[in-house]
Design a protein around this ligand. Structure first.
Ligand code: HEC
Length: 116
């Protein structure tokens, strides 16, 4: 019985530990991490977001693989999906964004996903 409990709790710990590590908690990151963007900063599509998309997403999402992120309209139309796919580290496939890049994307989407 004792053994069973130990095995189960080890499993749970590993499982939830992994989730916690993989999922970026944006609020906590902003509170704890001085390098992270202040949420009152206005994020710019052309200066902050476009370079992230260009170097991390377009190798796959410029046509054949939906969503097509090669135009502003394509990015705007998929803004919420982009925010959740990057915050959960589901995207980009095969590489990783920095915490800062993930937070820039999330803030830009929360600020209205404007072409600024
Ligand atoms: C190496 C190829 C590759 C790269 C690079 C890549 N993606 Fe994807 N992406 C895919 C594939 C394949 C799918 C569809 C299959 C799936 O959902 O797993 C997908 C699906 C998506 C979806 C839809 C997810 C859903 O919930 O349906 C979004 C949004 C997305 N990608 C955003 C991005 C963003 C933003 C980047 C860059 C930060 C990126 N992807 C980089 C291959 C890639």
């Amino acid at each position: 019985m004792k053994y069973k409990l130990i095995i189960i709790s080890t499993f749970l710990l590993a499982f939830f530990g992994a989730c916690k590590y993989e999922y970026i908690d944006i609020t906590a990151k902003q509170e704890n991490d001085s390098i992270i963007v202040d949420s009152s900063t206005l994020i710019s599509y052309s200066n902050d977001i476009l370079p992230i998309i260009n170097s991390n997403c377009l190798s796959c999402h410029s046509g054949a693989q939906p969503p097509n992120l090669s135009t502003f309209d394509g990015v705007k139309a998929n803004a919420d999906a982009i925010k959740s796919a990057t915050s959960s580290r589901y995207m980009p496939r095969g590489s990783r964004l920095s915490d800062k890049e993930i937070i820039l994307i999330a803030l830009w989407v929360e600020q209205g996903a404007n072409n600024n």
